[in-house]
Design a protein around this ligand. Sequence first.
Ligand SMILES: [Fe+2]
Length: 182
Amino acid sequence: MPVEDPRGKPNPPTYAAAGPYPPIRVQELNPAYARMLKMDADSARSEVTSSMQYIYQSWVLSLQNEALSEMLRGIAIVEMRHLDILGRLIAQLGGNPGYAVLQQGRPVSWSGSMVSYAQQPDRMLEGNILLEQHAVDTYTQQIAHIKDPYVVDVLKRILLDEQLHLEMFRSSLQQLRGQNAG
Ligand SMILES: [Fe+2]
């Protein structure tokens, strides 16, 4: 019988902030809130875009930079979790969680052309930092604006993850530039 190492296995690296996600629920139907969350979920700078962009980068870097590839994959999965959470909230608020947003009254479908296909790791990280900074700013504004306490709790929890991702991308970029300079 295999003997368990008493120290246990090391924890896998984590790409989400500590602590549980609050229950996914809303106070009442609110189509205006649903439209706001759809921008977070499905616009050009959204959870779908982040998730698809980071997983693409992870594939491209899988041979040349295993550590960065793994980090991007881990973060992509957290972004997909955010999309899942937002989709459920949008449906509960009375919106349609389809992959499109209204811009000037016209539906704009999410598209793979919204993903940055940068091939250099530093260019990738620069683009990701812009996406994460946009997410942090938008969630912060929505937390101040939205009156539904359940939705606000969920957005506050998602915001913690985005702040962590922003730090991770910034420190990876710094490390990369240090290596290139050295
Ligand atoms: Fe996210």
